[in-house]
Design a protein around this ligand. Structure first.
Ligand code: S3P
Length: 175
């Protein structure tokens, strides 16, 4: 039984590549933000606006706890999930954590048409955006880097990701 957590910054491709990977591995797929939105019947942006970020982080943590009972599942997390509470340690305890490592250019490029659904970024001007992301990448990297597998998010295919998982499985079986 495997449970796989995809972690990394907004726009690193966790959800899109995760969905395809799940299909390829014949695993279930869960997007943590989507689960939370369905559970709360509100969008992430609405939750930030109405309850504030601290409340959102509590809900996100509860959603994460729900995933510990899922089997053979790929879970795409939110960009901030590994950064709060003991979330990263719990994800490592309950599954295999994979960091999709994206540069600022990749993030900016992928997010440019999807800023409205990211409350942390939505209000920033174009000039502020790059600096904000740069700072957050620096702050968050130590948490992301706790993942067992690190992989370059640029042009990442589900096949590549699958191969990395198989290599890791072989290596951990041979210990
Ligand atoms: C956030 C990332 C978002 C979402 C929320 C906060 C963050 O998820 O959870 O807007 O703190 O980086 P994605 O990484 O799926 O965009």
């Amino acid at each position: 039984m495997m449970r796989i957590y995809l972690i990394g910054y907004m726009g690193s491709g966790k959800s899109s590549v995760g969905k395809k990977l799940a299909h390829r591995m014949n695993y279930a797929f869960l997007d943590l933000d989507e689960y939370l939105e369905n559970d709360q019947k509100k969008s992430v942006s609405e939750l930030f606006a109405e309850k504030g970020e601290a409340a959102f982080r509590m809900l996100e943590r509860m959603a994460l706890h729900h995933t510990f009972s899922l089997e053979n599942c790929i879970i795409s997390t939110g960009g901030g999930t590994p950064v709060y509470f003991d979330n990263i340690d719990l994800m490592k305890k309950h599954g295999l954590c994979i960091y999709l490592k994206a540069s600022i250019d990749v993030v900016l490029n992928r997010l440019q048409h999807h800023l409205d659904t990211r409350p942390l970024l939505a209000k920033l001007s174009k000039e502020e955006l790059a600096e904000f992301i740069q700072n957050q990448l620096i702050e968050r990297s130590p948490f992301y880097e706790k993942a067992t597998i690190h992989i370059d998010a640029k042009n990442l295919t589900p096949a590549q990701l699958h191969q990395q998982i198989n290599l890791w499985k072989e290596a951990s079986n041979s210990i």
